[in-house]
Design a protein around this ligand. Sequence first.
Ligand code: 13P
Length: 266
Amino acid sequence: MQAWVIGNWKQNPATRHDVNALLDDLLFAINEKEHADATSCQLMVAPSCIHIAAVNDRLRNSSVFCAAQDISAHSASTGAYTGDCSAQQIVDAGAAWTILGHSERRQYHQESHGCLLQKMTHALTQNLGVVFCIGETQVQYDAKETLAVIDAQLSVIKVLLAQNPEFIAGLSERLIIAYEPVWAIGTGKVPTVAEVSTTHRHIKQTLAGFNETLDNMTVLYGGSVNVDNADIFAADAMIDGALVGGASLKAESFLAIAMAFSRTTA
Ligand code: 13P
């Protein structure tokens, strides 16, 4: 299976100048021979909405994909939804994918399962691939509720397919799951590889139970992935790549993580 390494830039960098500098570094390094094998895993970056069109223009002749970090829950197209950006607008700006359900959206914007069902429906209606983030909080982890939390979050996909059976065609290519324990995001704390592996196996089995065509879905790990720990995550067969926050803001660390995942799929 092809590995994916995705950079979630969150609300960074601050300026268009800094976005261009990051892209300069990234594209230069990708073209360097020493990083040639980084391209054997699929790279994607998710800039702020305001930077998507410009980032996409610069990535047009590269192998790197561009994603949004979120889309409107209210309309797939247009409407009186001040501040929102629709799936159609994201596609028009050049992105082929969107992240949905990131824990920061769930936490700071109170995104519910119902809201995420709407967003996923709009994304797939506009043929936008979805990187769906799931994961438990520290309290839930301590209470050993990880799999129960994940089951509830994945049930959005079950409802989606019940409501829109036509979405199943090609869904295995348009849906990626990112398991991101909330307590591991930006903290430097990570679960053991064995814990991540067990959780990923459960996610893959659950999706296969929804529909037989979802029998080996791509499941990424996210949460404090860095140059030092990427190798151990990459070595596990259940971990198909990484969703990277902080370490994706420097080309060098982002590509070093990509190389760790490239080696295991080469
Ligand atoms: P960090 O890699 O900074 O922990 O962030 C992970 C994340 O939230 C990616 O979506």
